[in-house]
Design a protein. Structure first.
Length: 405
């Protein structure tokens, strides 16, 4: 092959390469499609609010002075004659008593840990699993601020870890530690004659605080409350002076009313039963909607609910941070403008390589400018990370806004 022929072939080959590359560039520049990637979407339409707890409450007074140590958690049901508190002459005496009790409890835990029965019947692997579980409970109660649960988990963790030390041979016994703890407890022991007690003369559910709203808020008068009245209680305004001898209050019925200022929402209907969650906890309660007031200019209504459940969390505060719970939706977010219809089937077009393909959708939630489609592995339906085409493919395609299908 002569030089001229070789040069001609090289030129021809170069031209073909340039044409191929150029056509690809032209195609990419002139055939771009406006797309949006299919991603997961979580929809939660719960309504957070502040609720005011209302009951028929009676203030309990005492003339015993000193520092009170209440013996029952808020919301406990007591009978006449129940001792509700020990009263110490000063705060330091109470602190000494609590520290002494703490030393005694640790000594008792160590006694239990070195009990031969624990070493014989508890396997190390099983116990380690229980330690791990207790540690998780400790972290959870710390995050939620549940002091009672935190203290309980701390005690259980102390006991189980010391049992583990005994059965694995890390510690033979705790005799020296037990003696030391008991000596410390004895040094802080409180003279029992200096401690007074206060009892209660009637039955009911006891709460160890008063806030000045006991006589201002009555369940049978909630229909007269305005939005400003409710918000005043939430802000701690307009309360009455609490008697100087007040040590708590008592109420006969475990149920309560909760009044709140809520948005005018079609899901909140008088007579319906709903659920609410308390603060950042996992505690869920059932409530019945007693009344929904007329919405004001801002679309807010004074709403009264009833709750037939009582625990220390509900009883411990007048104003609670709550959240009305509704359905949660989890699926693939689809722009409403991308929805098309093919053979009366609702769906979207997606780009797969260089091809445009119709994919069905199953709508489980509708927003203003988007819908949520069920997340599925069925290839006939829209899948996660598909490239959703936002423009029309042909004149036969109808957008969801233009079709009644």
């Amino acid at each position: 092959m002569n030089t001229l022929t070789t040069k001609a072939l090289i030129v021809l080959l170069s031209v073909l390469i340039l044409l191929t590359v150029g056509s690809q560039i032209y195609y990419r520049l002139n055939d771009r499609h406006k797309t949006e990637e299919a991603v997961l979407c979580d929809i939660n339409e719960n309504i957070p609010f502040k609720g005011v707890v209302v009951r028929n409450e009676k203030i309990i007074e005492s003339d015993v002075s000193g520092v009170y140590e209440y013996l029952y958690s808020n919301g406990s049901k007591l009978s006449p004659g129940s001792i509700i508190a020990n009263v110490y002459p000063d705060e330091q005496t109470l602190l000494n008593k609590r520290k002494s009790d703490e030393y005694k409890a640790k000594a008792a835990a160590l006694e239990s840990a070195q009990n031969p029965g624990n070493a014989e019947y508890v396997q190390p692997d099983t116990l380690m699993g229980r330690i791990d579980s207790e540690y998780r409970k400790l972290l959870s109660s710390s995050l939620t601020g549940n002091r009672a649960a935190f203290d309980s988990s701390t005690d259980e963790l102390f006991l189980k870890m010391n049992i583990y030390n005994v059965i694995t041979g890390k510690s033979v016994n705790y005799s020296r530690e037990i003696t030391d703890l008991n000596n410390k407890a004895s040094k802080l022991a409180v003279d029992e004659t200096s401690v007074k007690t206060v009892d209660i003369q009637e039955s009911g559910y006891f709460v160890s605080y008063c806030d000045g709203y006991e006589s201002k808020l009555k369940p049978d008068e909630l229909g007269n409350l305005s939005r400003s009245d409710v918000e005043a209680v939430i802000d701690g305004r307009n309360s009455e002076t609490v008697p100087s001898g007040a040590i708590g209050k008592i109420f006969e019925d475990y149920s309560c009313s909760i009044v709140a200022v809520l948005p005018d929402d079609k899901r909140i209907v008088e007579g319906d039963s709903l659920k609410f969650r308390l603060g950042n906890t996992d505690n869920v309660y059932k409530v019945r909607i007693v009344s929904v007031g007329k919405p004001d200019d801002e679309g807010k209504c004074v709403t009264v609910m009833s709750c037939n459940r009582l625990d220390s969390d509900i009883a411990s505060s007048r104003v609670l941070s709550l959240e009305l719970m509704f359905d949660d939706y989890h699926g693939i977010k689809v722009p409403r403008d991308a929805i098309r219809f093919k053979d009366d089937q609702k769906g979207v077009y997606v780009i797969l390589g260089n091809e445009v393909t119709f994919k069905k959708i199953e709508v489980i939630y509708e927003g203003n400018d988007f819908v949520v489609s069920k997340n599925t592995s069925d290839s006939e339906y829209l899948l996660l990370y598909d490239q959703i085409l936002l423009e029309a493919v042909s004149n036969q395609d109808e957008s969801a806004n233009d079709s009644s299908g």
